[in-house]
Design a protein around this ligand. Structure first.
Ligand code: ADP
Ligand code: MG
Length: 236
């Protein structure tokens, strides 16, 4: 569970990027944070992995107020969180396999675990056949799938995706958001910041709109996407 209570974030004395934001995200939820550029979406995600520290309010992640977290405990928090970025942020000199393995090496996983989990993650994103390719040999959608594999290889409780479809065409964007939905169904809480109306409208998930640092709308999700698939309802 993720909860913010009356959170405000101020960057170097400027106007608040977030103002008195109180939002509760349940364990296992899939939620979109939407709103125009500059309205505070990325800042909201940064609160959750403690890249941003609020000027006031509480941020509770897995039962803990992380605003009070000591620096030495931050890696522990971040180990429970996978992050996906708009620009993929893959290491160009490493192969797909190595990029995903790197996330596990960074947290001190042993070889046994790496050789077990990397193939699983690549399988999940359907990129087993590209394991030995380099990022520049992949399409944008494939690169984003690698970055999703990297984000989830550690089985995180939470996945944060900041404009994950920002560099992709509509069809590929739809695939990526479906993949994030699959990861949600596997058990991770997924928070997606986006201004991409196409993917939001197609998904029938909870949508929280942020404008000028405040929550202006919070619409509950419709039926679960797995159900829409069963019924054969197609995306727009
Ligand atoms: P969004 O993701 O919705 O585009 P952001 O959360 O990135 O919005 O930004 C919200 C506001 O905070 C904007 O006015 C932006 O300029 C400002 N901001 C974001 N990050 C920083 C930073 N590191 N330093 C100063 N201002 C920032
Ligand atoms: Mg942003």
């Amino acid at each position: 569970m993720i909860q913010t209570l009356d959170v405000s974030v101020v960057y170097n004395g400027g106007p608040p990027a977030l103002r008195d934001v109180s939002l509760r995200i349940e364990k296992g939820e899939f939620i979109f944070i939407v709103g125009p550029t500059g309205m505070g979406k990325s800042t909201f995600l940064k609160l959750i992995n403690r890249e941003a520290v609020p000027a006031k309010g509480k941020v509770i992640v897995a039962g803990r107020d992380i605003t009070k977290l000591e620096a030495r405990h931050i890696p522990e928090l971040r180990r429970q969180i996978g992050v996906v970025f708009q620009d993929f942020q893959l290491l160009p000199q490493k192969t797909v396999w190595e990029n995903v393995a790197f996330a596990l090496q960074a947290i001190g996983a042993d070889r046994h675990r790496i050789y077990r989990e990397v193939p699983r993650a690549l399988e999940l994103v359907s990129l087993t056949h590209k394991a030995n390719s380099y990022p520049q040999e992949l399409s944008g959608g494939e690169q984003q799938r690698v970055s999703i594999a990297r984000a989830i290889v550690n089985n995180p409780a939470i996945v944060l995706a900041d404009e994950p479809t920002g560099n992709l065409d509509p069809e590929t964007s739809w695939d990526i958001v479906q993949l994030l939905s699959k990861i949600n169904i596997r058990g991770s809480t997924v928070v997606v910041a986006t201004h991409d109306k196409y993917i939001v409208d197609g998904m029938k998930k909870r949508v929280v709109a942020i404008e000028n640092g405040q929550v202006v709308r919070d619409e509950p999700g419709g039926y679960h996407h797995a159900v829409t698939e069963e019924l054969g309802i197609l995306p727009p």
